[in-house]
Ligand binder design. Structure first.
Ligand SMILES: C[S@@+](CC[C@H](N)C(=O)[O-])C[C@H]1O[C@@H](n2cnc3c(N)ncnc32)[C@H](O)[C@@H]1O
Length: 281
């Protein structure tokens, strides 16, 4: 495997790294991902001035916190986009929010909690904020939590600065209202309006670890995240989502994901849209 590589990289190295990745992130690296692992890890080996993959594996195994963070950041795949899977946002605007607001008003509640779990660089929670902002009655307590394992992505999300070309598929009216174009050194960049940022709390969180949040979410986005997990990890995570949602809360997953034979707390009610059946353990 290592003939064309600058550093010796064998099947043993791949298996060892895949095991560490699984332990620390839940990401299941199948056979065929050898080149991906090599290219992502070799950057860390160079940055640290190490000579071999063995040295790098040893460093990770020693529990070096700072490098463990770099290691997990390096292995995550962060592909995302504003209003990715548009039908989810249409559903929120046309179906979910009107029903949720009516239900809350009936109960005399004025609080909404949303979680974007695996938010990557932030396009997803900002898209949620743009979708709901005009639907919310004034003075309601509305918060979106946006979390990701990758600390660099969380930082990027919180800054809310993007290349202008990331907005190619976003409606002109939304761009005009919610993004400020940079000039000088920042030309070609846009900054998200403070009003949207204020709706969101960004935090680093490994979904496999304990969740410090208290209270229930009205809906959760966990899109294009469980695709990297094996069956057992998916099943456990979805069970935890059911427990973290209000009884009829919604879970949105990615276009190539499914909860079929993964979890039966949820009922499929739309294209990759699930509803909690409200049965608490
Ligand atoms: C492909 S992105 C999806 C982004 C966004 N949800 C979307 O659909 O456009 C997957 C994200 O999941 C995050 N992720 C992977 N494993 C995770 C874990 N164990 N805990 C939290 N986030 C994780 C990655 O860092 C990455 O940013």
């Amino acid at each position: 495997m290592s003939a064309q590589h600058e550093y010796h990289f064998s099947d043993r190295h791949f298996k060892h790294i895949a095991k560490l990745v699984y332990q620390h992130t839940g990401i299941h690296l199948k056979e065929g991902k050898e080149e991906l692992v090599y290219s992502r890890m070799v950057r860390r080996i160079r940055a640290l001035g190490l000579a071999t993959f063995d040295e790098y594996i040893e460093l990770i195994q020693s529990g070096h916190d700072a490098e463990l963070e770099e290691f997990t950041n390096a292995i995550t795949t962060n592909l995302t986009a504003f209003f990715r899977e548009k039908h989810h946002f249409e559903y929120i605007k046309d179906v979910l929010m009107p029903a949720l607001l009516a239900e809350k008003k009936k109960k005399g509640e004025q609080k909404i909690r949303i979680w974007s779990a695996g938010c990557s660089s932030g396009e997803e929670p900002y898209s949620i904020a743009m979708t709901i902002v005009d639907l919310l009655p004034a003075y309601w307590d509305v918060k979106i939590l946006a979390t990701d394992l990758d600390s660099q992505m969380v930082e990027h999300s919180a800054k809310g600065i993007y290349d202008l070309n990331r907005l190619e598929k976003v409606d002109k009216s939304l761009i005009k209202r919610w993004f400020k174009q940079g000039s000088g050194a920042n030309s070609g960049k846009v900054r998200v309006a403070q009003q949207l940022k204020d709706m969101i709390t960004f935090k680093q969180l490994n979904l496999l670890h304990d969740w410090p949040m208290q209270g229930e979410f009205d809906f959760i986005f966990c899109r294009n995240v469980i695709i990297y997990f094996d069956h057992a990890t998916k099943a456990k995570l979805c069970q935890r989502y059911a427990g973290a949602l209000i009884p009829q809360g919604h879970l949105f997953i990615g276009h190539s994901e499914s909860l079929f034979r993964v979890n039966d707390d949820f009922k499929l009610i739309g294209n990759t849209i699930y509803q909690n059946q409200g049965v608490k353990a």
